[in-house]
Design a protein around this ligand. Structure first.
Ligand code: NDP
Length: 283
């Protein structure tokens, strides 16, 4: 069996084109503020891609590149200013933050109605309670890919590798909310293969190149590779794509899989935040 390759780039482009057409009709443009603290090279690349996509779509954006030594107080002041700004409907704080800044405090300071990444305690709680509101972009992109390819989630054995607050946990909760039977694996899991071989849907978000080989995958499984790893000048995922594609039913490539969907979901979430705020202002 050779897997269907899930074309995340094409799905993302389709979503972005629809949003762009809608944005051109809006008098007041949606506004996204992105905050980057420090010199993390991967974060810089992600923020630049997000900004470029905003420009393409016609979304107003503000980018704050703050020095590594920025204090928690300074960052809180900036968030306070953006919370009050009429031009900004969505606020993104690029993670990770430098160690002197308490991440939880910062994410809690973003106004709930502008929480584009769904990382505020309130939105995390809603996801946990099965009442999804703003949900994180990468997990949302994973679910959207499954939907676009008409892959049923209900009743399936879903295995998620990785338990970060950004990817692993929220994607596991979203799968659970859609009635999958979910197993979450992590670095302390014993005998990873025992779990992965039972997965109808395998979502891998570990940040370890070639962690998943063909021997670890069930025939016909859906394999979603969230990992982004730089090997020399190449980007690779966590899945050994060439061998696993011969066994899986569906597989996402890296690049052009989940990555573009993360950006498309950020744009979609920005428009949702905009509608929630502007709809409220017009009442
Ligand atoms: P983190 O480093 O925060 O989390 C990695 C998770 O993987 C941890 O839970 C860790 O376990 C687990 N893990 C690590 N090694 C193993 C192993 N050998 N076996 C099983 N589990 C393991 O990373 P993120 O969640 O932020 O990101 C994961 C990957 O996804 C990265 O490659 C990142 O670059 C990529 N990414 C891609 C995005 C996209 O748009 N495509 C967006 C965001 C991230 P433990 O908790 O025990 O340490």
């Amino acid at each position: 069996m050779t897997a269907v390759i899930i074309d995340g780039k094409a799905v993302a482009e389709k979503i972005i084109a629809v949003i762009k057409a809608e944005v051109t009709t809006l008098k007041v443009k949606p506004g996204l503020a992105a905050i980057l603290v420090g010199e993390n090279p991967a974060s810089k690349v992600y923020v630049d891609i997000k900004r470029k996509t905003c420009d393409e779509v016609g979304i107003y954006s503000e980018l704050y590149k703050l020095p590594e030594q920025t204090t928690e107080k300074e960052l809180l002041q900036l968030i306070g200013k953006l919370n009050a700004s009429q031009k900004i409907h969505a606020i993104l704080v690029q993670l990770p933050l430098p160690p002197q800044i308490n991440e939880g405090k910062i994410l809690a300071a973003v106004a709930i109605e502008k929480d584009v990444d769904g990382f505020s305690p309130e939105n995390v709680g809603k996801l946990m309670a099965g009442k999804e509101a703003a949900v994180p972009c990468t997990p949302k992109g994973v679910i959207r890919l499954l939907e676009e390819y008409k892959i049923e989630i209900q009743g399936k054995n879903a295995v998620v590798i990785g338990r970060s607050n950004i990817v692993g946990k929220p994607v596991a909760l979203m799968l659970l909310n859609r009635n999958a039977t979910v197993t979450v694996c992590h670095s302390k899991t014993r005998d990873l293969k025992h779990y992965t071989r039972n997965a109808d849907i395998l979502v891998v978000a570990a940040g370890k190149p070639k962690l998943i080989t063909a021997a670890m995958v069930k025939d016909g499984a859906v394999v979603i590779d969230v990992g982004i790893n730089r090997l020399g000048d190449k980007l690779v995922g966590d899945v050994d794509f060439e061998s696993v594609r011969m066994k899986a039913g569906y597989i996402t490539p890296v690049p052009k899989g989940v990555g573009p969907m993360t950006v498309a979901m950020l744009i979609e979430n920005t428009l949702e935040r905009y509608k929630a705020i502007e709809g409220g202002r017009q009442k």
